[in-house]
Write a protein that binds this ligand. Structure first.
Ligand SMILES: C[S@@+](CC[C@H](N)C(=O)[O-])C[C@H]1O[C@@H](n2cnc3c(N)ncnc32)[C@H](O)[C@@H]1O
Length: 294
């Protein structure tokens, strides 16, 4: 079990209320200033996550701040970003539907700001690895910073790589995750990096991308191909006024999944039964009875 005690360099999720919350790295000797008072870092060290602290000066401020252990979703929603990022709701389904977990080896293209990279890196620990690629210098720099900040650099490698043209030199990967404008052009190459039964996931904002990707997955013998869109509604819970919030994120993107299989035509089934051939009652296989054996 991970320690619940706050140490120097740990990140804490400092929560004042629904809207005012910060991700703070604890550094001895430093102070965190808010308009509701000051939090002294030295007073955080040695405390347990899940406790609260009052801002200084106590006489004029003294507001209560909760100290939580940040979840991966807190990291990504608060991280510095240069690109559109994957939302936690979509990241959750990516993990579940592609069986990404401890020990998985995953390719990601592109890394963008590294939001999904952080989630993947967090879940492949302690003995898996994420090989993340991008073609833009800005994305590579931002993602590298964010991965370092989340302390995941031992589980993630971020490198320049064009998934469409470069030979990325991987094989037997457990999963490939694509979040890039033309995922359908990457399918043929991606298939080579995957192990049999490995999964591919593509996140795309438009249906045009989904259609092209699906047809290309079919053409490349992927199996269990399906696309979904996830809508998340927060609930307002109030006495006599409990209902969905009026505002929500209407659309983030569609997720398209597929699995690599070895596909073969059934030699029994692809020929039409001839005279003297029969199908057994279970339907399989077709048997041929030679005339001279009867
Ligand atoms: C929307 S961003 C990815 C965001 C990322 N999933 C996140 O959560 O932060 C798309 C990225 O794909 C990269 N990209 C586009 N074409 C690519 C290619 N052929 N190979 C690798 N990366 C590519 C872009 O440079 C961009 O950074």
């Amino acid at each position: 079990m991970e320690s619940n005690i706050i140490n120097e360099n740990d990140f804490i999720y400092l929560v004042l209320d629904d809207r005012r919350r910060w991700l703070v790295q604890v550094k001895s000797g430093e102070e965190f200033h808010t308009h509701k008072g000051i939090i002294i870092h030295d007073e955080l060290i040695g405390r347990s996550f899940g406790t609260c602290i009052f801002s200084k000066p106590h006489e004029s401020q003294g507001y209560k701040f909760y100290i939580l252990k940040p979840y991966p979703s807190d990291f990504i929603l608060h991280m510095a970003r240069k690109t559109q990022i994957i939302y936690p709701k979509d990241a959750g389904l990516i993990l579940l539907h592609s069986d990404i977990g401890p020990g998985s080896n995953v390719i990601e293209a592109g890394c963008g700001s590294g939001a999904l990279t952080c989630i993947l890196g967090n879940y492949v620990r302690p003995n898996g690895h994420v090989y993340s690629y991008d073609i833009r210098e800005k994305s590579l720099k931002q993602a590298t910073k964010n991965i370092k900040k989340a302390n995941l650099d031992s589980y993630v490698s971020i490198n320049y790589g064009n998934i469409l043209d470069d030979d990325l030199n991987h094989k037997n990967m457990d999963a490939i995750v694509l979040d890039m404008p033309t995922p359908w052009l990457a399918i043929e190459k991606a298939r080579k990096y995957l192990k049999l039964s490995g999964s591919i996931v593509s996140f795309s904002p438009t249906i045009e991308q989904v259609k092209k990707t699906t047809f290309e997955l079919e053409r490349n013998n992927f199996f269990e191909i399906n696309s979904v869109e996830l809508l998340l509604r927060n609930m307002q819970i109030k006495k006599n006024a409990t209902r969905p919030d009026t505002r929500m994120i209407g659309h983030s993107g569609y997720l398209t999944f597929g699995r690599k299989i070895e596909d073969k035509d059934n030699p029994y089934r692809c020929v039409k039964p001839k005279k003297n051939e029969f199908v057994n009652l279970e339907g399989m296989p077709l048997r041929y009875i030679e005339d001279n054996k009867e």
